[in-house]
Design a protein around this ligand. Structure first.
Ligand code: NDP
Length: 291
């Protein structure tokens, strides 16, 4: 079997078209969706991510604001900016680009963002709602994975799902979303014994580890749906310098029924879900204003 490739760029383009329409409708009602992005320091990767997020906002017709602070900024200054944005009716989403410099208590900064504007879904209140099966804002990457599965009509109820990785940003919310969709979910991590045996049971496999090509074809059940969240830059070998996922694409695509590539799989969906969350936030604010 050779797997079909699930193209995240194509799906993102389709979703962004409908997001553009929703943004236009909200703008016409006087509630243009607005995202504020906070960037601290000069980390080049973070600068690229922030630039891409702002560009994506503009392309879909969202209002965006960027607040850049030097690496040595006192945390109180950033917290004051967050407080002002929490109170700003033109802003429906606030995103703090991670990582923050060492003088910051990251969790305190994330907790300072109003839960109603926490488009990254990192606030404890939003995580709690997800645990309770009443999701409001959900972390963008796992949300994007769910949209990909939905777009392909992948059945989840009663099926074995294995998530490799248990981070707060990807693995844990991914597992909770799959539980919410009635899959039987196993979460693996660095202390898991017999990883391959767990992975081999998966009808749906999500790899979110950060280890290049660690999942090989012989670990995958024939016909499985394989979602590769990992983004790794290869340091050696003939592909040195290129990006790859946590899945060994060449061998796994011969076994799986559906697979996401890296790049061009989950990555573009993450930003698309950030736009979707911001628009959802604006829609909730508009509904609240009319009641
Ligand atoms: P983290 O480093 O926060 O988490 C990695 C997880 O993998 C941890 O739970 C860790 O276990 C687990 N792990 C590490 N080694 C092994 C191993 N040998 N076997 C099994 N599990 C292992 O990473 P993130 O969750 O933030 O990101 C994961 C990957 O996804 C990265 O490559 C990242 O770049 C990518 N990513 C991609 C996004 C996208 O838009 N496509 C967005 C976000 C991330 P333990 O908890 O025990 O340490």
């Amino acid at each position: 079997m050779t797997a079909r490739i699930l193209d995240g760029n194509a799906l993102s383009a389709r979703l962004r078209e409908s997001l553009r329409q929703r943004a236009a409708e909200l703008s016409a009602r006087g509630c243009k969706p607005g995202l504020a992005v906070i960037l601290v320091g000069e980390d080049p990767a973070s600068q690229v991510y922030v630039r891409n997020k702002i560009k994506a906002c503009e392309a879909v017709g969202l209002h965006s604001e960027k607040y850049a602070f030097p690496a040595d900024v006192p945390p109180s200054e950033v917290l004051a900016r967050i407080a002002a944005l929490n109170a700003d009716p033109a802003i429906h989403g606030i995103l703090v680009q991670l990582p923050l410099p060492p003088q910051f208590d990251e969790s305190a900064v994330l907790a300072a963002v109003a839960a109603e504007k926490d488009v990254d879904g990192f606030h404890a209140e939003n995580v709690g709602l997800l645990v309770q099966g009443r999701p409001r804002f959900v972390s963008c990457t796992p949300l994007g994975v769910m949209k990909m599965l939905e777009s392909e009509g992948v059945e989840l109820a009663g099926r074995e799902a294995v998530v490799v990785g248990r981070s707060n940003i990807v693995g844990k919310p991914m597992a909770l979303l799959l539980v919410g969709a009635s899959a039987t979910v196993t979460v693996c991590h660095s202390r898991t014994r017999g990883l391959a045996a767990h992975v081999r049971r998966a009808d749906i496999l999500v790899a979110a580890v950060g280890r290049p090509r660690m999942i090989s074809g012989d670990m995958v059940k024939p016909g499985a749906v394989v979602i590769d969240v990992g983004i790794n830059r290869l340091r050696e070998g003939p592909d040195a310098g290129k990006l790859c996922g946590d899945v060994d694409f060449a061998s796994v695509k011969e076994v799986a029924s559906l697979i996401t590539p890296v790049p061009g799989g989950v990555g573009p969906m993450t930003i698309t879900m950030l736009l979707a969350n911001t628009i959802d936030g604006a829609a909730r604010a508009a509904a609240h204003a009319t009641h």
